[in-house]
Design a protein around this ligand. Structure first.
Ligand code: ATP
Ligand code: MG
Length: 588
């Protein structure tokens, strides 16, 4: 994990080295000051046989001032470089995680939940950033400062310094016990964060559904529960951590009392002078304070280790779909062939979703696909532009295995109007140009006319410049589907796949779209997945899917004669007592 994260430091390596360096310099300057203070008392005030030596006091005072300024400058520089390094690391981590997420295949995306990815990109990176800053500034400073102060104390009086040593060991053991206990709770907090983010994300995304089902109270309760769990865990952790303060104070005051007691005795017996005692008191605070700081660093690191691990998981996730070594950039034509294709979503374990599929489709054909829900229609077409890879067999496009193509070139030639499609915030033009960034306004309009979207777009007061809200909430389900079709057409692909793309469009418009597509792009291979027989019956050939297998493949007339499932669906939709719901309607 540390190796993965440190790889992303890149141009922030130098500040990462400079920070501890300046912090250690600060410590060195700071630690010398109490020694000088002791000397001032010893040689300056009490020196000269008790008469005092003003010159010495002034000289040492001057040296101390310089040391203070140097310590201050080192501290400031250390802090500044620390901020640069930690913010830089956070920036790089976010950028690199995001870039890696962009390469994820659909099956990689299936591994992580959206909420999980968001927590990783935000809270987890912030944790690592804070911990890294703390680590750079304190992880060297605190132990160095402590050891340095301990060493100096031994130099001044080994008898008193022994008291420190005992105090340090006592405090270290106490803090370790406290922190070990707190750590247990803190690491659980992060799992709860995922739950909280999931609840929030799901709700905000689906707020309309929540309202439609009058589930606001229930959902608020869920959120309260998720937030409450985090609260409980934090309180538990804090209840443990809170013992830090009394332990610290007990040790500190105890040590001071002991020093005062023994120190006074030593001073009286002239084994120690007042100046040394003063120095020792300052070192005492220094040592115990640093020990406390170390315990915090320990907690912070354990906390962020959980975050770091979660970040590393995203960074280390390798896309399951790699480009071949010498990819083919040209898709010759729109022919598609499935050769003994089997496919499952969870490779190796799960049941096959598609079984032994063999299909040969010529370039320019219009293919209808029909079948019950869950019969793997979407899974079948997702293999054509390599959204997923097959387990067995091969899918060939334009006479070549899809794995031999450069992925971008393949996907530019195989356009899909996904079943669960989304529009993005921006104008209609912006959305259409997702299909082709260089499309002119005329080309956009042309595509919209083919998709029967032009008329309703120009009816908007701002026409093509109408702003689409995030997720396309300000257009109707059918309008959204038609915009998505237009967007796919702008790619001018060799193969176009409509996955239930006209389910929310009325039958007449649906027929009009099919007719205009047939006339405008006759050379393009078209796959039309539909629930309505009327949407596919004039296709060149129709595939009937049934539980992941091809149950029938032929023209409308042939299937009516030979395929029982097709005939049954046809009769149920066209018979006198057709019970088929004309427009499935609603959101897709
Ligand atoms: N991302 C996924 N991860 C795991 N299983 C999946 C995934 N997507 C679909 N499935 C499963 O694969 C099977 C086929 O689903 P698919 O979406 O291909 O059906 P479909 O014919 O398109 O259905 P519909 O008409 O409802 O769109 C289903 O049993 C489904 O549960
Ligand atoms: Mg589907």
């Amino acid at each position: 994990m540390f190796r993965t994260l440190s790889k992303h430091l890149k141009n922030y390596t130098l500040p990462s080295i400079l920070t501890p360096l300046f912090m250690v310099l600060e410590v060195i300057f700071e630690t010398i000051i109490p020694l000088l203070m002791g000397w001032i008392v010893k040689f300056g005030i009490e020196g000269n046989n008790g008469a005092g030596d003003m010159n010495y006091v002034l000289k040492m005072g001057g040296v101390m001032t310089i040391l203070v300024i140097l310590a201050l400058i080192s501290g400031i520089l250390g802090a500044a470089f620390g901020s640069v390094a930690s913010c830089g690391l956070a920036k790089n981590l976010r950028k690199d995680m995001y870039a890696n997420i962009q390469t994820f295949s659909f099956s990689n995306i299936d591994h992580f939940s959206t909420a999980g990815l968001i927590t990783r990109l935000t809270t987890d990176v912030t944790n690592v950033q804070n911990a890294y800053q703390m680590l750079l500034r304190m992880a060297f400073r605190a132990p160095v400062s402590m050891l340095f102060a301990l060493f100096m104390s031994f130099m001044v009086s080994y008898k008193i310094a022994t008291i420190y040593l005992i105090a340090v060991i006592f405090l270290a053991v106490g803090l370790s016990i406290i922190m070990m206990n707190a750590r247990k709770y803190f690491s659980r907090v992060f799992e709860k964060y995922d739950d909280l983010n999931e609840t929030i994300q799901e709700n905000v995304n689906a707020i309309r559904v929540v309202k439609a089902f009058v589930r606001e109270d229930y959902e608020s309760e869920e959120l309260k529960k998720a937030a409450g769990n985090i609260y409980k865990m934090f309180v538990k952790a804090e209840n443990v951590v809170i013992w830090n303060a009394p332990l610290m104070q007990f040790t500190m005051f105890g040590t001071m009392l002991l020093i005062a007691w023994f120190g006074a005795h030593l001073v009286v017996s002239h084994e120690l002078d007042t100046g040394d005692l003063l120095t020792l008191f300052t070192y005492c605070l220094n040592i115990l304070g640093n020990l406390m700081m170390l315990s915090f660093i320990f907690v912070m690191l354990t906390l962020s280790a959980a975050s770091g691990k979660r970040i590393a998981e995203v960074l280390d996730e390798k896309t399951e779909l790699e480009n071949p070594e010498n990819p083919e950039f040209e898709v010759k034509d729109g022919s598609v062939e499935f050769r003994n294709v089997s496919f499952s979503y969870s490779k190796g374990t799960g049941k096959n979703v598609l079984n032994n599929i063999n299909l040969k489709i010529n370039s320019g054909e219009t293919i209808g696909i029909i079948g019950g829900t869950g019969s793997a229609k979407t899974s079948l077409v997702n293999l054509i532009n390599r959204l997923y890879d097959v387990n067995e067999g091969e899918v060939r496009v334009g006479g070549l295995n899809v794995k031999d193509y450069d992925m971008e070139s393949l996907r530019n030639q195989v356009s899909v109007v996904l079943q669960k499609n989304v529009l993005f915030s921006g104008t209609i033009y912006d959305n259409l140009r997702w299909g082709n960034p260089e499309a002119t306004e005329a080309e956009c309009m042309e595509a919209c006319k083919l998709a029967c979207a032009h008329d309703f777009i120009v009816a908007f007061p701002e026409g093509y410049l109408t702003k689409i809200e995030q997720g396309g909430t300000n257009v109707s389900g059918g309008q959204k589907q038609r915009l998505c079709i237009a967007r796919a057409l702008l790619k001018k692909p060799k193969i176009i796949i409509f996955d239930d793309s006209t389910s929310a469009v009325d039958t007449a418009t649906d027929a009009k779209i099919r007719k205009s597509l047939k006339e405008a792009i006759p050379g393009t291979t078209k796959f039309i997945i539909a629930q309505r027989i009327s949407s596919v019956q004039d296709a060149d050939r129709i595939i009937v899917m049934e539980e992941g297998e091809v149950n029938g493949f032929g023209t409308h007339e042939e299937l009516l004669k030979t395929n029982a499932i097709y005939r049954e669906v046809f009769e149920s939709q066209t018979g006198a007592n057709a019970d088929f719901d004309e427009a499935k309607g609603g959101e897709i």
